[in-house]
Design a protein around this ligand. Structure first.
Ligand code: FER
Length: 319
């Protein structure tokens, strides 16, 4: 009797505790994403890196010279592209890379490449040399000729990078969320009106670094009808929780041609990508997970663009 009472008491306490934990968890889950601030960003960058057994390299670093212009110069070219945005009410800019011998006689696949929280449309070409990386891959026959659109992912009327003390302001972060509609409703149609590009989802990719990595996962995986190739390099805490990113693993499995995740093992933000990788693995969603030896820096972004771009718009490169 006594024993049974004791058991019941323990059971009741367990139920109460579990209920409390469940309620607290659901309250947290319904809460708005963590308010962005310099303090929370510092804390996120400072998180200890805890590596699991499969947090290892899928690829070596890109070879020396991969991001240096060839002695014969760039085969392709970059230009500034402008479009009208109904989201910001302004005319916005994107840097566009066109492959060698770009011609309206053929339709090209397009990679949308998104920058980080303090960057703008010049970050990928100016800091990481994305145009040179892609140009060299095409010249070497390692990537198919493609157009790369490097937009400004901060969809605000004033989309200049904010002063350093405002980098993590909620307003700046909000601009990155608003870019979803700017991309889908304004930029993609404008690119398709101006350039000779394929409008097929299997000829459209999205990838980005850090804040842009989070955007690429959030927008790419939500709009599988628009993007078949998705990459997140060092994805930032703007990334949605994994279950929200991929609510329908069967659809992701069926529709994605490539899902590529990477992060440096010296990057305090790695837990964001680790969470996505673990979930994808549990749900049997094929993906590449490349953990290299870098931090939150241009070396990991350049090297992962090198590996990602080679796998775009070709079959059987998921593994
Ligand atoms: C954060 C830490 C870093 C965060 C965003 C970042 C949204 C983005 C970094 C980058 O783009 O380089 O807490 O919150």
């Amino acid at each position: 009797m006594k024993k049974s009472f004791a058991r019941k008491a323990v059971f009741a306490k367990t139920v109460t505790t579990s209920l409390f934990v469940m309620l607290a968890a659901s309250a947290l889950a319904q809460e708005k994403p963590e308010q962005v601030s310099s303090e929370s960003a510092r804390a996120n960058f400072g998180r200890p890196v805890v590596l699991a057994a499969d947090d290892v390299r899928a690829f070596p670093d890109a070879p020396v010279g991969f991001d240096k212009p060839s002695t014969t110069g760039m085969g392709g070219r970059t230009e500034v592209f402008e479009y009208d945005s109904t989201v910001t009410g302004t005319r916005r800019k994107a840097v566009v890379y066109l492959p060698p011998h770009y011609s309206s006689d053929r339709k090209y696949p397009v990679l949308y490449l998104l920058h980080g929280i303090a960057g703008n449309e010049w970050e990928w070409s100016g800091y990481v040399h994305a145009d040179t990386i892609i140009d060299n891959l095409i010249a070497d026959g390692k990537a198919v000729p493609m157009i790369v659109v490097m937009p400004n992912g901060r969809a605000l009327a004033d989309d200049r990078p904010p002063a350093p003390d405002k980098t993590y302001s909620p307003q700046n972060a909000e601009g990155f969320a608003k870019f979803e509609r700017d991309l889908l409703d304004c930029l993609i149609p404008a690119v398709q009106a101006k350039y000779s590009v394929s409008t097929n989802r299997e000829q459209r990719a999205i990838a980005g670094l850090s804040m842009g990595g989070g955007q690429s996962l959030n927008f790419g995986l939500k709009h599988l009808d628009t993007f078949a190739w998705v990459g997140g390099f060092s994805a930032a805490p703007d990334t949605k929780p994994p279950g929200e990113l991929v609510p329908d693993p069967a659809a992701a499995r069926a529709q994605l041609k490539l899902l590529y995740l990477s992060c440096g093992n010296k990057d305090g933000l790695i837990s964001v990508s680790q969470g996505v990788h673990v979930y994808l693995k549990q749900q049997n969603v094929p993906h590449i997970w490349n953990v290299d030896d870098h931090g939150h820096d241009g070396e990991t972004w350049g090297s992962n663009l090198y590996h990602f771009a080679q796998r775009l718009f070709v079959t059987n490169k998921q593994k």
